[in-house]
Design a protein around this ligand. Structure first.
Ligand SMILES: Cc1cc2nc3c(=O)[nH]c(=O)nc-3n(C[C@H](O)[C@H](O)[C@H](O)COP(=O)(O)O)c2cc1C
Length: 252
């Protein structure tokens, strides 16, 4: 590949843009209303309550030093369902809200640049107790799940959208994180996109460590067919697009 093309892409790793941005011109500085903290559920959706934080008590004995030293990527999963309690824990550990600061700002279990938290968490559910196969979305402010779509051919569509990485469609559940870039752009303009990707790493690392408590296993996935994955979730690919995935199950 031509060196200049590589160099142009390397520029994305750096924060050089920051000094060129006129932050007095961002939407936040111009007084534009902040975007909502979470994408609201559709009117026809009846969100499913998830087990509350008291259900995490059983996981409290987990040693953090062990969790960090034993963490591995897992691609083989037992043919065993995840319980709703386990799923609830993994969702809370990755995107749960721990404190609401104002109508437009909330702290979560993971850090985020400027506390902007741009992610929505979708789940491709194949085998979770009491949930039908389909696509769901986590509502962190309510700690509930919205049913996006139910489908019998989810495994096939997921496999196509992940370039034939067959362990993903075979996993009981796959976390699929989308980004709504405007939540970050509202404050940082052109400096938004680099920190969105940095934020995504925190979310997935919490998933790896939270899995150790279950115990469950996960594997991060950044290689997928962008258009098919966005279509699978019903996203327009511009105002909201998939950026990262992780397959989860009981390690085989
Ligand atoms: C950003 C990122 C993207 C990854 N994408 C994939 C992927 O598309 N497919 C896959 O099988 N593993 C993927 N992995 C998992 C890595 O292959 C794995 O972390 C690496 O081999 C080290 O193994 P360990 O996680 O067990 O330490 C990804 C990991 C990261 C952090």
């Amino acid at each position: 590949m031509a060196d200049n093309k590589l160099n142009r892409h390397r520029a994305f790793l750096k924060d050089s843009l920051r000094l060129q941005i006129d932050f007095s011109q961002t939407d936040q500085s111009r007084g534009v209303e902040p975007p909502p903290l979470q994408k609201p559920p559709r009117k026809d959706q009846r969100p499913i309550p998830l087990p509350g934080q008291d259900s995490f008590d059983a996981l409290r004995g987990t040693d953090l030093v062990d969790a960090i030293s034993q963490r591995r990527s897992h691609r083989h999963f037992l043919d065993q369902p995840l319980s709703l309690e386990e799923l609830s824990w993994l969702l809370w550990a990755t995107q749960g809200v721990t404190e609401i600061l104002s109508p437009s700002s909330a702290l979560r279990t993971v850090p985020s640049a400027g506390c902007r938290h741009v992610f929505e968490t979708y789940l491709a559910v194949m085998n979770v107790a009491s949930l039908d196969q389909g696509i769901y979305r986590y509502l962190p402010l309510d700690h509930k799940l919205a049913v996006e779509s139910l489908s019998d051919d989810l495994a096939e569509r997921l496999s196509d959208a992940t370039l034939g990485q067959s362990f993903i469609a075979a996993a009981p559940v796959t976390f699929i994180w989308s980004a709504i870039p405007y939540r970050m752009e509202w404050r940082y303009g052109l400096a938004a996109h680099r920190v969105i990707l940095i934020d995504a790493g925190h979310v997935c690392q919490n998933l790896y460590l939270a899995c150790e408590a279950v115990p469950a296993g996960t594997c991060a996935v950044a290689a997928y067919d962008q258009e098919r994955m966005d279509t699978l979730l019903g996203l327009d690919g511009n105002d909201e697009c998939v950026i990262y995935l992780a397959a989860v199950g009981k390690p085989g």
